[in-house]
Design a protein around this ligand. Sequence first.
Ligand SMILES: C[S@@+](CC[C@H](N)C(=O)[O-])C[C@H]1O[C@@H](n2cnc3c(N)ncnc32)[C@H](O)[C@@H]1O
Length: 301
Amino acid sequence: MDIQKIIEEREAWLGWKNIRPLRDALAKLPHIPDAEVQLGDWVKVSSPSISEEERARVEAAARMMKPWRKGPFDLFGVRIDSEWQSYKKYDLLRPYLDLEGKRVADVGCNNGYYMFRMLEFAPASVLGVDPSPLFRTQFDLLQRYIRSDRLRYEMLGIEHMSGFADMFDTVFCLGVLYHRSDPIVALKALKQSLKRGGELYLDTFMIEGDEPVCLVPASTYSKIGNVHFVPTVPALENWCKKAGFERFEVLEVVKTEPDEQRRTEWIDGQSLEDFLDPDDPNRTVEGYPAPRRVYIKTYRK
Ligand SMILES: C[S@@+](CC[C@H](N)C(=O)[O-])C[C@H]1O[C@@H](n2cnc3c(N)ncnc32)[C@H](O)[C@@H]1O
């Protein structure tokens, strides 16, 4: 697989009709030399010198880039209150992380929220991979002011990870596996990108049960398209073993609550409250068990 060629070809995606105006707005944004970054639950950038007119331009560009799924961010007082309170996931994983000096990949990184948060550990580098030119553009807006030379973002997918053979100490794959029609092939690609003994952090929707079986949604799951398999924890463990991982550790099991995923002015459209059965919040509108996630850590053999 010629990763460099794919990366170069995909740069053309930033010229798509719906993306071009966002890139133009981004290119015209002011240079703020004294921008200061604070990496808390809100990833915050501030400046003592930014003018009201400059702040308004940043806000207009950010609004053009809706929907903001992951965050939140505070850019010079523009509070981007994303659909997801992504710090809940990050704070859950944080006690398990040891990233200092490591080469890290975040597969399905969306706009890079977790990549920015991980900078607190001083990793050697973090590669974010996500095929969305919109989320890449959100990342570029944030990175324009956060300016970390440890971060890199490529519009690639999990299917390209085998092209980064033996490269990473730590790989994150959060909220992506249920979108893959062949989860074992996807896990194998992640494994190939890890050094021997390297660690994978992964979360996925799960169903309760002791048998190694999966829910296969007929069409949508919680109104999300492209959800192919929702495994029990033993099924997930078997996938990982088949893909070449060992030492399977369950870190947490968490039910998604409406305070984590909700409609805000930074998305247009629906959110969790619209995806659950109004008469039974333990069921999705399709009648499946309501979203519950398992967080695991496992290691390349
Ligand atoms: C449910 S979101 C999860 C985002 C983030 N990792 C999190 O856990 O909050 C799924 C992400 O996967 C991305 N995605 C879509 N196709 C992908 C692929 N083939 N490989 C990797 N990521 C993909 C989407 O653009 C989206 O950002």
